[in-house]
Design a protein around this ligand. Structure first.
Ligand code: SF4
Length: 77
C-alpha cells in the first residue's frame, strides 16, 4: 500500500441508511442531493457506495447530522 492509498483510505467514508429507522420524510436528500437520492416511495438511495471527495463527505456528514431518526451513519470502510 502506498502513502497515497493510505491517505485516500483515511479520507474515504461510506454513507449507510438504516431503512428500518428511516421515516422517509426526505430531509437528507433535500439537503444533500449529491450524495443521497430518493426512490419512487420517497425513501433515500445512496448515490455512491464509497465517498472519497471532501465535499461529498461533508455533504454526507450534513445529511447524517440533520436526520431526526438517526437513520444515516457515516462509516469508515
Ligand atoms: S432524513 Fe433520515 S428519516 Fe428522513 S428520509 Fe432521510 S434518512 Fe430517512
Amino acid at each position: 500500500m502506498t502513502t497515497h492509498d493510505t491517505e485516500t483510505q483515511h479520507r474515504t467514508r461510506r454513507l449507510v441508511v438504516d431503512r428500518s429507522a428511516c421515516a422517509g420524510h426526505g430531509l437528507c436528500y433535500s439537503r444533500s442531493p449529491e450524495v443521497v437520492d430518493c426512490d419512487d416511495s420517497g425513501y433515500p438511495v445512496i448515490v455512491e457506495e464509497v465517498l472519497e471527495r471532501t465535499e461529498h463527505i461533508a455533504a454526507a456528514e450534513e445529511a447524517a447530522a440533520m436526520c431526526p431518526e438517526r437513520a444515516l451513519t457515516l462509516e469508515s470502510p
